[in-house]
Design a binder for this molecule. Structure first.
Ligand code: DLL
Length: 431
């Protein structure tokens, strides 16, 4: 059995708690001293760094949300002078909703270590060719797995996403053994490889897939089509990116790198911390980040934690695959989309608030349609001018969301009215 940082990955419970206590005390003090927004937040509820003596006191700290980060854009949560930072990454989504995260060189080292743990858990060694088809750039997928692969000493192929023919050609010519990308892109690649009759020319043995929800059925399908083992990986930009947690060969949930990210499960409505095994919202406290520390950050991902012994020998707590979100954010083709943004565009463009967002997954690719009722005045317009309006609406939506939906303008009163809450989102994806 191979581990990247065995002492930590197999630490006893006492060793881990002691490390977490020390790191928490130190990060709370640093954050209080260096981030005025945090200091104010803590002062408002009468908590001082001295009140936090270890993990058992964590519940005394206030929660942090994506809105807090957005309100403080861009530098409000920066805990180090800019000259000590070496990197910026950002969440997918729109300009209005973007969160920027900062990294010191030490933050990058730790992030890379977290991803290296994931690669080694998937069987990666320095003999491997790691084919990274996550996007590079502001998105954390490419840079994260790239850094992890370097740490393992594998030969790293920084493919980025897109250009499927070239992906497959390189995969064959350079004998890629570990594929890293979103599960939907993995499924698409698998299908393309099989359709082209190239399955026996590829050398893949494993895949590390994450950044979006995917089902066990999808895992089995990808594994069968590519002849690999497919491992899940989880993370979010705010906590550094992929590598917050990763799957081992048991494939029954993801081990959380809890020496760096302390997890809690809370009730999203009452904010009460729930006992192990309960389903609720995942909250993370970063224990070692320098530039962009997060205390009790609400991920909005609904999840369950388990400390059941794992056959791989790791003692790191496990999280189940996220089971949805406690907010209304949709992840469509890897991009974060909020229905409220769509509503803003529709209203700005003069449409009534009668609309429906229909999301589905066809051949492992997300489809995304927005149906909106035309106004009574538009109803008397000719087909040409309705098409023109559809076009204008599409470009306004695209510039707000960063991805293109299909737009369908329907006749007035044709979208079903609800007697309770309006049903704005119909998500038919079976994940
Ligand atoms: O998706 C980071 C990442 C890159 C993770 C590559 C794994 C691999 P964001 O764009 O900030 O960061 O989106 C974070 O994506 O809160 C979850 O809702 C969702 N998510 C990430 N990984 C998984 C997963 C990256 N394995 C948001 N399963 C998170 C389900 C996931 N959802």
């Amino acid at each position: 059995m191979a581990y990247y940082q065995e002492k930590i990955e197999r630490a006893s419970r006492d060793e881990m708690i002691s490390l977490q206590n020390d790191r928490l005390v130190s990060i709370v003090k640093r954050t209080y001293d260096d981030v005025p927004v945090y200091r104010d937040k803590m002062k408002t509820i009468g908590v001082e760094p001295g009140d936090i003596k270890g993990i058992d006191d964590l519940h005394k700290l206030p929660f942090l949300t994506k809105d807090d980060l957005r309100d403080a854009y861009p530098y409000g949560f920066l805990a180090k002078p800019l000259e000590d930072c070496v990197r910026i990454q950002s969440t997918s989504g729109t300009t209005g909703r973007r969160v920027v995260a900062f990294y010191t060189q030490n933050d990058i080292n730790i992030w890379d270590d977290c991803c290296a743990r994931a690669i080694v858990a998937a069987g990666g060694t320095k003999e491997d060719v790691v084919h990274v088809s996550y996007g590079y750039g502001l998105f954390t997928g490419g840079p994260g797995l790239n850094g992890g692969s370097h740490k393992v000493g594998s030969l790293t192929l920084p493919m980025s996403s897109g250009n499927t023919d070239r992906q497959i050609q390189f995969m064959i010519d350079l004998k890629s053994t570990i594929l890293c990308c979103t599960p939907s892109y993995a499924a698409f690649l698998a299908e393309s490889i099989n359709e082209a009759g190239l399955r026996d020319q590829i050398s893949l043995k494993a895949g590390i897939f994450g950044a979006e929800a995917w089902s066990e059925e999808m895992r089995h399908d990808i594994e069968a089509k590519l002849g690999i083992k497919a491992y899940d990986i989880y993370g979010l930009t705010e906590t550094s990116g992929p590598g917050v947690s990763f799957e081992c060969e048991e494939q029954t949930g993801m081990h959380i790198n809890e020496d760096h990210f302390y997890p809690e499960i809370i009730d999203p409505d009452t904010h009460e911390v729930l006992p192990e095994g309960s389903k609720g919202e995942l909250v993370f406290t970063s224990l070692s980040k320098e530039a962009f520390p997060l205390l009790r950050y609400r991920t909005r991902d609904i999840c369950v934690l388990s400390r059941k012994e794992c056959s791989c020998g790791r003692t790191l707590v496990k999280m189940a695959k996220p089971m949805g979100r406690s907010d209304d954010m949709l992840i469509i083709r890897g991009v974060n989309v909020f229905p409220s943004q769509i509503e803003t565009v529709l209203l700005n463009e003069g449409y009534p608030a009668n609309y429906q967002i229909v999301v589905d997954r066809v051949n492992y690719t997300d489809t995304f349609e927005i149906q909106v009722e035309m106004t009574d005045e538009m109803f008397s317009d000719d087909v040409g001018s309705i098409e023109k309006k559809e076009h204008e609406l599409l470009s306004a939506l695209k510039s707000m969301l960063g991805i293109s939906p299909a737009v369908k303008i329907v006749t007035p009163k044709s979208i079903a009215r609800s007697e309770g809450k309006a049903v704005r989102v119909i998500d038919k994806r079976k994940i």
